[in-house]
Design a binder for this molecule. Structure first.
Ligand code: NDP
Ligand code: PYC
Length: 345
């Protein structure tokens, strides 16, 4: 019987990458998605950590994501809108390909947008946002998902859990980042409650008859609710418009129709917009980065915490001490490593 094991981050990364290579992913796909999954685990974001490996492999086995995809950057000279065709692969290698040019153009033009088309997206968005802030730029990122959320006042799944993330670079430290589902919680959280045999908090979901439920199975068969009632519902709808209708890609309903199940990772597009704070400030009084620090100090000065603070603390700890996985998690990794896609039902 396996025991809980603490892995150095790089060791876990190599192990997850080996699982994907064994399953048939090319290097560009395996490297990028192993990195975001291990980053999720490292940052104590269990809903987008190693538990996602099985879902991605199931998607691969079902033939709904291309293991040999080679993303292509399509960038007209001097244009503010860049596009990466993910070639039916995962979103993360497509983002990695587009980041450098996105940053270059945002610095030159003041702002630029990266559209990713034809991708499978299963991960947390802070990874993309932090890529952009590491270039000294502010960023928003969004994508649809598949229909699992009822609009406020409705009773059936229509919108996705549609994540929305924002990042602001902070010289010499971790950026300011928030990143959340526009549903009350990410669907991954519901799955973790189900696995733990625990009831959901009130107000997260309705069952297939539109009645409130705290039963994770009934919630998964019914619909989740948007956060903040009509406000989250409207933001989720905006995400369907900007990162599906506007970029010529699938919305959450179309993605679910395409997959026929929520047991696979959703396919759609993604929109990432980068801003140069200096270019927007245009020399007006006050350095935007200094003004931002004054605001952050005022927030923290009241005893409030900044979003992502918990995550960055977990990251710093894991980087020092490693990532501890339970005996069950280690057994799962061993099985996936040894049996490849045969381990996936
Ligand atoms: P959470 O509600 O756990 O967290 C949302 C944000 O709020 C985080 O930035 C978090 O920072 C911050 N936060 C939490 N508590 C506080 C607090 N008390 N004070 C200040 N800030 C706070 O996120 P969700 O469950 O909604 O989403 C989890 C992840 O799921 C996201 O990364 C999202 O991208 C991903 N997701 C991906 C989807 C996809 O289709 N790819 C779909 C839906 C979600 P901290 O992390 O430090 O706690
Ligand atoms: O947790 O809601 C979620 C989710 C959907 C797709 C990827 N993550």
């Amino acid at each position: 019987m396996n025991q809980a094991v603490t892995f150095p981050v790089e060791t876990l990364l190599a192990r997850v990458e080996a699982i994907y290579r064994r399953a048939g992913l090319n290097m560009v796909q395996a490297t990028s998605i192993a990195r975001v999954i291990v980053a999720g685990e490292r940052d104590a974001c269990k809903s987008h950590g190693i538990y996602r490996i099985e879902g991605t492999l199931r998607t691969l086995k079902a033939g709904k994501v291309r293991p040999d995809a080679q993303p292509r950057l399509l960038a007209g000279e001097g244009e503010a809108i860049l596009r990466v065709d993910a070639d039916g692969g995962f979103a993360n290698p497509a983002f990695d390909l587009g980041l450098g040019e996105l940053a270059k153009r945002a610095r030159k033009l003041g702002m630029a947008a990266l559209v990713i088309n034809d991708c499978t997206h299963f991960s947390a968005l802070w990874s993309e946002v932090e890529g952009v802030t590491s270039e000294g730029l502010a960023c928003i990122a969004m994508c649809p998902s598949y229909s699992t959320v009822a609009p406020a006042g409705g009773n059936q799944a229509l919108l996705g859990t549609n994540p929305f993330a924002f990042g602001w670079p902070r010289p010499g430290g971790h950026p300011y980042v928030f990143d959340f589902a526009t549903s009350v919680a990410a669907r991954g959280e519901i799955e973790l409650y189900r696995r733990a045999g625990k009831p959901l908090p009130e107000g997260w979901a309705i069952d297939a008859d539109g009645q409130p439920t705290t039963d994770p199975d009934a919630a998964l068969a019914g619909a989740m609710l948007p956060f903040g009632g009509h406000k989250g519902s409207a933001i989720g709808t905006m995400i369907e418009l900007l990162s599906a209708a506007m970029i010529g890609d699938m919305n959450s309903r179309e993605s679910l129709d395409y997959l026929g199940t929520t047991a696979l990772a959703p396919k759609h597009g993604e929109l990432i917009i980068a801003f140069s704070p200096e270019r927007f400030a245009a020399g007006r009084p006050g350095n935007p980065f200094d003004r931002a620090e004054t605001l952050f100090e005022a927030i923290v000065g009241q005893g409030a915490r900044l979003p992502s603070q918990r995550r960055f603390q977990a990251r710093d700890r894991a980087t020092r001490e490693g990532i501890t996985l339970s005996a069950e998690e280690v057994a799962l990794l061993d099985r996936l490593h040894d049996q490849g896609l045969d381990a996936i039902s």
